[in-house]
Ligand binder design. Structure first.
Ligand code: BES
Ligand code: MG
Ligand code: ZN
Length: 502
């Protein structure tokens, strides 16, 4: 996709539709002046607004047709009340407009960066945001449709319209580049997440990491084999993987963007390429969408790709323990006792609580980097989804500052996070009669507090500043939203990039 900055609407090159974002009841007459010769249609625009009683409410949209050669349509995009502006709402409103345009096969878009919007976001940030919206909302996973005509047509160009000085133009271009790198990271994560388990397995994920390093030489990748995993003593990852014909892998992606003496931030992603539940088999309805059980891994892949492309002056390490959780004659069993890399023994109560097991070994491994902090992302519990719904993810951390800063980073990009508790009662619930800890426990009954007991399990393996994100909002994305096509949504990539960019 091409991005072009236009300081003069007359230079628009064959644009199919101009998106014109407006707040509810915003006076737009003066804003229409940015439209240059399109401003001739001011009266028509104002009349149509009146006749259609367009108010600019959230998700409201209005098309006005012009006879202008380069630009036959203007779409007014309602943003809701100015006072209630949020990045999330802006993304949804403009994203829905992009999807509508794309469905109409209008692949050349222009977006007006109005004065009202520029009061909300600095120009660089605004440009980055709009690039991310256009790219993320119009991504589709349809490569397996053999009827090519049934596939979505990619956007070809986005032009930014407004009155910009030379410096502003520079800032815009900086924002465009930023947004492009971040959106590429997000869509890469979604692409991995959407890939069906007939294709996606730990080895595939490893190959994707190696391909990433080939394209970006500042990334250093190692993919550890089952043998190497065994040698390191990662008994929990090994146990989860032993029922599948695909061997588990442990994937390490290193990005040293600062002097090595600076402590790295480590990001860890759960990479279960399919979660059948194992011998504690999931019922059919619950097994649907379990290809998405590697969305934590996908998020850290996308984030470290973006971090490298943005050339951040930071050290960042991505760790992905990857396995396929399958029932078979060689599968691990309930009642088994596995030994993690740090020697802690784990009684298996339920083979479907496998995410915490593979993460345990990765969290122990992270220690060797003497990390500044470790943030893990995992589609860990249905309980987190029960608690928060599918719009927000849960965050757990013993450290207020770390938790607050990650929540704030999420807010800045429109990804919702909500802090949930860790605590002694949850940790106590995970103690085992026959081993050090067990992989299933509850407070007041086995199913209760499931998101917190899972987090408390992970905490046993952390000896550094740590936060855990339970990706409730990245799952059950089979249905589309008006601003996002169906499938993986890439949740977490932008939060991580925003956090790591501080
Ligand atoms: N991958 C699941 C969690 C999950 C559930 C993700 C629904 C997306 C949607 C995880 O491995 C799992 O099976 N968790 C169990 C834990 C239970 C056995 C303690 C769960 O949440 O039911
Ligand atoms: Mg499971
Ligand atoms: Zn799982």
């Amino acid at each position: 996709m091409k991005y072009i900055v236009q300081t003069n609407i007359e230079e628009l090159t064959s644009c199919n539709v101009v998106l014109f974002p407006v707040f509810e009841d915003q006076k737009i007459e003066s804003e229409l002046k940015t439209l240059g010769s399109l401003g001739h249609y001011r009266e028509k625009i104002m009349n149509t607004i009146k006749l259609e009683e367009f108010k600019g409410k959230k998700m409201e949209r209005l098309l006005v047709y012009t006879e202008h050669e380069q630009c036959p349509r203007i779409m007014l995009v309602g943003l809701g009340k100015e006072k209630e502006y949020s990045v999330k709402k802006f993304r949804e409103c403009v994203g829905a407009a992009c999807v509508q345009a794309q469905n109409k096969k209008w692949t050349h878009l222009s977006v007006v960066l109005t004065a009202a919007l520029r009061k909300k976001e600095a120009l660089t940030e605004l440009a980055s945001l709009v690039v991310r919206i256009t790219k993320i909302s119009t991504y589709a996973y349809d490569e397996h449709k053999s009827d090519v005509d049934a596939r979505v047509i990619p956007l070809e160009s986005v032009e930014f319209v407004g009155k910009f000085t030379a410096t502003e133009k520079k800032n815009l271009e900086k924002g465009i580049e930023h947004g492009d790198h971040v959106a590429e990271g997000v869509n890469f994560a979604r692409q991995l997440g959407n890939t069906p388990p007939s294709h996606m397995n730990p080895e595939y994920l490893g190959r994707e990491a190696l391909a990433l390093a080939r394209k970006n030489p500042s990334l250093k990748v190692s993919v550890l084999s089952e043998k190497e995993i065994a040698k390191l003593g990662m008994g929990c990852l090994l146990g989860v993987g032993q029922g599948s014909k695909h061997e588990p892998k442990f994937i390490i992606i290193e990005y040293w963007g600062a002097p090595k003496k600076q402590k790295p931030s480590v990001i860890v992603g759960k990479g279960i390429t399919f979660d059948s539940g194992g011998l504690s088999l999931k019922p059919g309805a619950y097994m649907m969408d379990m290809k998405y059980d590697m969305l934590g891994a996908a998020a850290v892949f996308g984030a470290i790709k973006a971090v490298a492309d943005l050339k951040l002056k930071k050290n960042v390490i991505a760790l992905v323990p990857s396995a396929e959780n399958m029932p078979s004659g060689t599968a691990f069993r309930p009642d088994d006792i596995l030994t993690a890399m740090n020697g802690k023994t784990v009684e298996i109560k339920n083979t479907d609580a496998e995410g915490r097991l593979v993460l345990a070994d990765a969290l122990v491994y992270a220690k060797k980097y003497e990390p500044l902090e470790v943030i893990d992302l995992a589609t860990l519990t249905g309980a987190c989804m029960a608690a928060l719904g599918t719009e927000r993810s849960g965050i757990f951390s013993p450290i207020d500052k770390l938790s607050d800063e990650v929540v704030q980073a999420g807010e800045s990009v429109g990804e919702g996070l909500w802090r949930l508790p860790l605590g002694e009662e949850y940790s106590e619930a995970m103690k085992s009669e026959v081993a050090d800890i067990k992989n299933l426990g509850g407070v007041g009954g086995d199913p209760y507090g499931g998101a917190s007991t899972a987090a408390a399990f992970l905490q046993f393996f952390t000896e550094y500043p740590w936060a855990h994100i339970d990706l409730a909002s990245a799952i059950l994305m089979s249905k589309s939203k008006p601003w996002l096509r169906p499938g993986a949504n890439g949740f977490g990539v932008e939060t991580l990039v925003a956090y790591l960019s501080k």
